[in-house]
Design a protein around this ligand. Structure first.
Ligand code: URP
Ligand code: ZN
Ligand code: ZN
Length: 473
């Protein structure tokens, strides 16, 4: 008797689409066969709905301490629950090193933050902000050997930014140790200069955040980072790429054979800079960096998802509550945009939005959806084939999707600890119906009628909290 069988699954991976029953035992997929005669302790009928590999959200910030007095809204309990309800079964948040901190200690601290809290699997990227001899010579190579072989560096933010020489040094180590370097590309001096000019003119409302960080700030930094990567011959991955100008630079570099990867996020498909221009400080809800751009930019982001410029689609969930003295309002409604915490919630809405507006509206194929949201993140960050696909021997991380939903996103239905969603009232036609993490049903909707009940108490939420799970290579 095996643990679980999912009958009548319409499976899609990054490359194939087929119908079968899925056998699951001891957390793994053990068979994929039609009309199985095998017996199991539990059966779920997928009713020919799509069953996809669980989503991997490879860019999210959870319980990350901040230096400005703000506090992130989500810890590993609420963040992982929200992710699970959105069809994600693995999250890769950041363990962030501030200056003077030892990298192994930082990682230990984040494992402690997550321990016995997460409903789904997690691994960590690190953020490297202190580039000195000890970090370059000992700490960074050591954590890469431990399996933390992907990290982010910043070209902006006072506490985190690296100069070009630091970046070259970090890239050199990454090249030697075969680590993946994620880059937040925005030119900090330009942002600071533009911010001063805006403030001199009294232009300090939320909408001016995007005036201080125009496309050229991002494209300049992207271009420079590509040059740095060429100098040391180390691949790099640009995170949260926002629009046409930067996409063109990345595409051009890729077509010249440089090893450049790129990620984008829902905010660059579904929001624009006009959202920052909402009255009564509401624009602060949309402040993130880089900022959302224009409708035309959104078209280029869709194109980049389709034509292979982007390999990864992540949420960049970095959530702060709005009406909260540790959140967006921490410095009051009249505060300058530069003092408003940066970041948006998105763990739970990432996949329903991309499925609805990408797959169901024929902008991307179902296989592309799986590739961008699960398979590629698993491959790039060393989790494949354990994660990121539906295959015999892979972890049974599976999502049954309901694609006949007619519903508007409402923050009251979401499971994060945030008092708003930037996507309030946006229509969606897809929701995760049953989410299985390593063979355990994390959340499910036994009623097939769908969506009205989907996020209600009607749901069983199985508290299958995960032990620490490291990316093993
Ligand atoms: O505004 C954003 N994206 N905040 C999160 C931190 C980052 O740079 O990804
Ligand atoms: Zn960033
Ligand atoms: Zn981020």
């Amino acid at each position: 008797m095996i643990d679980l069988i999912i009958k009548n699954a319409h499976v899609a991976t990054a490359t194939d689409t087929f119908k079968c029953d899925i056998g699951i035992d001891k957390e793994k997929i053990i068979f994929l066969e039609r009309d199985t005669k095998q017996k199991s302790k539990e059966i779920i009928d997928a009713n020919n709905n799509f069953v996809l590999p669980g989503g991997i959200d490879a860019h999210c910030h959870i319980d990350q301490p901040m230096k400005d007095g703000s506090v992130m809204a989500d810890n590993f309990e609420t963040g992982s629950l929200s992710a699970a309800f959105g069809g994600t079964t693995t999250i890769i948040p950041f363990a962030c090193q501030y200056k003077g901190e030892n990298l192994r200690e930082v990682i230990k601290d984040y494992h402690h933050r997550a321990e016995n809290k997460s409903y789904i699997d997690y691994a960590f990227h690190t953020i490297i902000s202190d580039v000195n001899k000890k970090v370059l010579g000992q700490e960074l190579p050591a954590i890469i050997k431990d399996g933390y072989s992907h990290f982010k560096i910043y070209m902006t933010y006072e506490d985190l930014k690296l100069n070009d020489k630091d970046i070259l040094n970090v890239l050199e180590v990454a090249g030697k140790e075969k680590a993946v370097v994620m880059i937040h590309a925005e030119n900090d001096d330009c942002i600071s200069w533009l911010t001063e000019k805006l403030e001199e003119k009294g232009k300090t409302g939320p909408k001016y955040h995007s005036f201080a960080r125009p496309d050229v700030v991002e494209s300049e930094a992207t271009n420079r980072a590509i040059s740095l990567s060429r100098i040391v011959n180390t691949p790099i991955l640009f995170v949260h790429v926002s629009g046409k100008e930067t996409i063109d630079i990345i595409r051009n570099a890729q077509s010249r054979g440089f090893k450049i990867l790129a990620e984008t996020c829902p905010q660059y498909l579904f929001l624009t800079k006009d959202d920052l221009d909402k009255d009564d400080f509401e624009g602060a809800k949309f402040i993130c960096s880089p900022p959302p751009r224009t409708v035309e930019d959104q078209q280029h982001v869709w194109r980049g998802l389709n034509n292979g410029t982007f390999q990864i689609f992540s949420s960049d969930h970095a959530a702060f509550r709005f009406d909260d003295d540790k959140g967006k309002m921490m410095n009051g409604k009249n505060s300058s945009f530069k003092k408003i915490p940066n970041g948006l919630p998105g763990l739970e809405t990432r996949l329903p939005l991309l499925f609805t507006y990408g797959v169901l509206k024929n902008k991307i194929s179902l296989n592309k959806f799986v590739e961008l949201t699960s398979t590629n993140p698993a491959k790039i960050y060393g989790l494949y084939p354990r994660k990121g696909t539906i295959a015999i021997g892979s972890d049974a991380d599976l999502v049954i999707w309901n694609t006949k939903v007619k519903k508007k996103i409402a923050n009251k239905d979401l499971h994060h600890n945030v008092d708003y969603t930037p996507y309030e009232d946006k229509e969606i036609n897809t929701l995760a119906n049953t989410v299985i993490s390593r063979g355990t049903i994390v959340c499910c909707c036994s009623c097939t009628q769908g969506i009205r009940r989907h996020h209600s108490r009607h749901h069983r939420i199985h508290k299958a909290k995960r032990n620490i799970w490291k990316a093993d290579h």
